[in-house]
Design a binder for this molecule. Structure first.
Ligand code: ATP
Length: 199
């Protein structure tokens, strides 16, 4: 299977880009979606998280209070590492096994923390969705109704643009209208069809 990793900062446009690839018939495997599945009530990851963080992070229906956990790890480096140690290997396993079953000409693994995660995803190429920070901030504030200050704090905790560019084979600039984004996706798609055929 020809696997393409897709990464980018928060609100850079990863989901939007994936949607365009999906419309072209390409299978998308999204680490965030998988992370949500993995913490469903009663799953091994759910049990491990409960073991480490306790019942304080549960809602009344015993589902994980993801929002509370996110806020907690935001200001606690050790807790962040603990949560990542539980989730990242599991996400990795699911991404690799599901993508192995893919029947599309190539597939995309959307992994926001690709720079940070040291695991091998056996990727043939890596796409970076590259968006100027000011635009990321604006889109994040608008989409999630956040203050500019909060958006700035979130962005400051992410890996740098330089680090992302260092791992990228292909860069999609998302700094203008959606039509231009779609056009870039279409061009890359043509190229990937060729590359996947030769693989
Ligand atoms: P996250 O990191 O939170 O998962 P993301 O990288 O998947 O975010 P999107 O959700 O695709 O980012 O985009 C963030 C917001 O910006 C969305 O509301 C989306 O509709 C909007 N957006 C993305 N690209 C553009 C664009 N070129 N023009 C206008 N709005 C855009």
């Amino acid at each position: 299977m020809f696997r393409i990793g897709l990464t980018g900062g928060i609100a850079s446009g990863k989901t939007t880009v994936c949607q365009f690839f999906s419309e072209l018939g390409i299978d998308i495997f999204d680490a965030d979606d998988i992370a949500r599945e993995l913490v469903n009530v009663g799953t091994p990851c759910y049990q491990q998280i409960l073991g480490h963080f306790g019942t304080d992070f549960l809602l009344a229906d015993r589902t994980l209070n993801r929002q509370q956990l996110r806020t907690h790890i935001f200001s606690n480096v050790q807790a962040k590492a603990t949560l990542e140690n539980i989730l990242h290997p599991a996400i990795h396993t699911v991404l690799i096994s599901r993508s192995a079953e893919s029947l599309s000409p190539y597939c995309i693994l959307a992994i926001p923390l690709l720079v940070e995660s040291q695991q091998s995803y056996q990727l043939n190429r890596i796409i970076l969705v590259d968006t100027p920070e000011t635009l990321q901030q604006q889109r994040l504030c608008k989409r999630d109704s956040l203050s500019l200050e909060m958006a700035h704090t979130i962005l400051s905790q992410q890996s740098s643009r330089v680090d992302r560019l260092a791992i990228a084979d292909d860069v999609i600039r998302n700094d203008t209208e959606l039509a231009h984004l779609k056009e870039q996706v279409f061009h890359l798609h043509q190229r990937y069809l060729q590359l996947a055929k030769q693989d």
